[in-house]
Design a protein around this ligand. Structure first.
Ligand code: NAD
Ligand code: ZN
Ligand code: ZN
Length: 235
């Protein structure tokens, strides 16, 4: 959802002024930062020389202002920006996961590798639908294969923390996306986004099962890369 700000205003909020641009290329357009942006697309207005380069306030990476605006316009325009070099997130990142349902409950069985606790089962259900403006082919249908998808976490302290962060990720539409499945090759379909889930309970035929001692830490790292940290679990 738009935050009522223009793309230029959103980008400016995360930038510091740059007095003299460094003798480097902008890694978005590959043109020198000392010259104009190489981006010549629709909706790119002229900018004064003083504003032509910006430094992202937290990570310090510098780009043409117009290149950052073009990058923002190519995304889902949610008021957030991600540095293309170091992936630092400015604002709250959201995704384009289609509408659906996330449910979970505890089942009284232990996962391989987690003999001392029960198991959390998450059930995701997303029906097929029509792609919105935030998807690759707006107006075209998308398919949804293999739903409901069942996923498992140990019902341990760390597993419950991961669950709380996954609920945040779901609300921010970051668990699934619409695109081409790398498993089946099908396009315009619902696919897992960047956060790995375990979809096998007692076996590990796909590699998405247990035991996997590093799994919870990997998921926490993948969630952090989406801008979701332990602070988000304080609810
Ligand atoms: P994908 O194949 O594009 O992969 C995206 C990410 O999901 C990758 O990181 C991959 O490692 C991970 N992934 C792939 N298979 C997984 C699995 N079985 N469990 C957990 N993570 C998995 O994404 P996708 O197309 O959403 O995932 C493929 C999986 O989706 C299939 O293995 C199956 O579980 C389900 N699916 C089922 C049907 C069906 O008709 N039953 C059809 C398509 C997909
Ligand atoms: Zn540029
Ligand atoms: Zn950066």
């Amino acid at each position: 959802a738009r935050k009522g700000k223009t793309p230029e205003e959103v980008v400016k909020k995360y930038l510091q002024k740059v007095k003299s641009p460094p003798e480097e290329d902008c890694t978005i357009c590959m043109e020198p930062l000392g010259g104009p942006s190489g981006y010549k697309g629709p909706g790119v207005g002229p900018v004064s020389r003083a504003e032509s380069v910006g430094r992202l306030a937290q990570c310090g990476h510098q780009y043409h202002f117009q290149c950052l605006v073009a990058m923002y316009n190519n995304g889902n325009k949610d008021g957030s920006l991600q540095c293309p070099t170091c992936k630092t997130i400015y604002g709250v990142k959201t995704g384009n996961q289609p509408a659906g349902k996330m449910e979970y409950h505890v089942i009284p069985h232990s996962l391989p590798g987690h003999p001392d606790c029960k198991t959390i089962r998450i059930i995701y259900n997303i029906p097929p639908g029509i792609q919105g403006p935030e998807h690759p082919n707006p107006g075209k249908p998308f398919t949804a294969r293999g739903f409901p998808r069942h996923c498992y976490l140990p019902d341990s302290e760390k597993g419950r923390k991961v669950l709380r962060l996954l609920l945040v990720a779901w609300d921010r539409r970051l668990i699934f996306s619409v695109g081409t499945s790398s498993t089946t090759g099908e396009s315009d379909t619902v696919i897992w986004n960047e956060v790995h889930h375990k979809t096998e309970f007692g076996s590990n035929l796909t590699g998405h099962g247990f035991p996997d001692p590093g799994h919870l830490d990997n998921v926490l790292e993948e969630l952090r890369a989406q801008g979701i940290t332990e602070d988000d679990a304080l609810m």
